[in-house]
Design a protein around this ligand. Structure first.
Ligand SMILES: [Zn+2]
Length: 208
């Protein structure tokens, strides 16, 4: 989907990917969009003064749910948002909202969903329950599956990571170039088998 200029007065698409330079900035924007989605004021949304807006601002609106990495026993954030969390979300998303006209789910650091969680999320984005809005926050959106990204309207905040190759991809590319430049086939084979799952035989055939 194309990148959109989202004025909060506009109708909010059912899924937005908020790309921001920091998790805090992404969450702040998500909160603003969530407030716009549930605002019960008249005129410009979010109005900032209705009961719904104030509840979102205070983080207590029952129809605005934030999901992020859980903490372990030591209070440290776990590495991933798990598939169980997304399944729980799916089950909750089909239940009617409590107070507002719709439900909003904010995924904090959405790119920390592990592959299973992303696939579960994809199903949800492909067939979203009526009236539900998903706001995916990310500082590294390229870590999300392309299929997940393509289901979302993108809201890009100033300073957000461009769609450039990730550092990881760049390191891979420079490693490859180094191997090619040395014309050291052994090194090139090693690189290929480590990074691409290509075996030396295939590579040799390829190189002719
Ligand atoms: Zn309002």
């Amino acid at each position: 989907m194309p990148e959109i200029e989202l004025n909060t007065g506009d109708r909010i698409p059912h899924a937005c990917l908020i790309c921001a330079p920091s998790a805090e900035a992404a969450l702040q924007k998500a909160k603003e969009l969530a407030a716009a989605a549930v605002c019960s004021g008249t005129g410009k949304k979010p109005c900032g003064i209705c009961r719904d807006c104030r509840k979102v601002e205070a983080g207590v609106h029952p129809d605005v749910v934030t999901i992020g990495r859980l903490a372990d026993d030591k209070g440290k954030k776990k590495q991933n948002i798990t598939v169980d969390q997304i399944r729980e979300l799916s089950a909750d998303a089909v239940v009617l909202p409590n107070e507002a006209a719709r439900k909003v789910y904010i995924l904090d650091e959405a790119e920390t969903m592990n592959p299973a969680a992303q696939n579960a999320a994809l199903k949800l984005l492909e067939e979203p329950p009526a009236g539900v809005v998903f706001l995916l926050c990310a500082t590294k959106p390229m870590q999300l599956l392309a299929t997940v990204r393509s289901r979302c309207a993108t809201v890009k905040l100033a300073g957000a990571e461009a769609d450039a190759p990730s550092e990881e991809a760049q390191a891979l590319a420079s490693g490859y170039l180094k191997a090619v430049n040395t014309l050291d086939l052994a090194q090139l084979f090693r690189w290929c088998s480590q990074n691409e799952g290509i075996d030396a035989q295939t590579m040799a055939a390829f190189l002719g």
